[in-house]
Design a protein. Structure first.
Length: 238
């Protein structure tokens, strides 16, 4: 999984009470390298399906299951093992579970808590650009421009149990330093709903994060707990 998609997953937060959403979310992330200089805005209008069909496109599918403020991140379809992650947003802990070795690792999750980023003086604003139905969801589009990127995000309020707190982790991995440009975009988009489609254009790359499906359904509690008999291992280097 790319750092950008991992960041997007990490800032998903169950709003309006700990049990406001229970079900499954499926996402797709598409990354394309661009050879032309500058940021050609016409790339933002290319359909995700067209981008995914490019020979040089990197496409990742992600399935998440949510219950009581815990997000279960399933392994990719092409994964070589059955390891999966549990993001406990209440405890601020990410647990990696490795069934093949009957063990698990726990990591502190810096972005837990869902604090919404505050807009800074002079920060870019989100400009409304219209409405569309995407993947069966009604959305309103917003565009945010900074010196280094153009972000077009189509946000939905169709699922009030989901909200996007969109913190500084949204466009980087846990190993990367703080990104002021990403922070500015996060602050501009926070509060507009949940992203169905987010397109990020920078010089040299185009990345699309798409919410493909939302399914509400009760899920067993056992799916969100470490299996009985698994051993906790120390994190290497800590």
């Amino acid at each position: 999984m790319t750092g950008r998609l991992l960041g997007l997953v990490a800032v998903l937060f169950v709003a309006q009470g700990p049990a406001s959403f229970e079900g499954t979310i499926k996402m797709r992330n598409i990354t394309v390298s661009l050879d032309e200089p500058g940021m050609k805005a016409s790339w933002l209008d290319v359909a995700p399906a067209t981008l995914a069909a490019r020979e040089d496109a990197k496409v990742e599918q992600t399935t998440m299951r949510i219950r009581n403020n815990v997000i279960r991140l399933e392994p990719r379809a092409d994964a070589t093992d059955s390891s999966y992650g549990l993001m406990d947003l209440g405890r601020g802990v990410m647990t990696m579970i490795v069934p093949g070795e009957r063990m698990y690792l726990e990591f502190p999750m810096p972005m837990a808590g869902g604090n919404q980023p505050a807009a800074r003086p002079g920060a870019p604003a989100a400009k409304a650009i219209g409405q569309r139905t995407i993947n069966g969801m009604q959305t309103t589009g917003y565009e945010v421009r900074t010196n280094e990127q153009i972000v077009r995000a189509w946000m939905t309020t169709d699922h009030p149990g989901l909200t996007w707190t969109f913190t500084r982790a949204a466009t980087r991995s846990e190993d990367e330093v703080e990104d002021p440009e990403a922070d500015a975009v996060n602050a501009a988009l926070a509060g507009h709903g949940f992203p169905v489609l987010m397109i990020t254009l920078t010089e040299g790359s185009l990345e699309v994060a798409e919410l493909v499906q939302v399914q509400r359904a009760p899920l067993p509690a056992a799916m969100f707990a470490v299996p009985a008999g698994f051993t906790k291992r120390a994190i290497p280097g800590r």
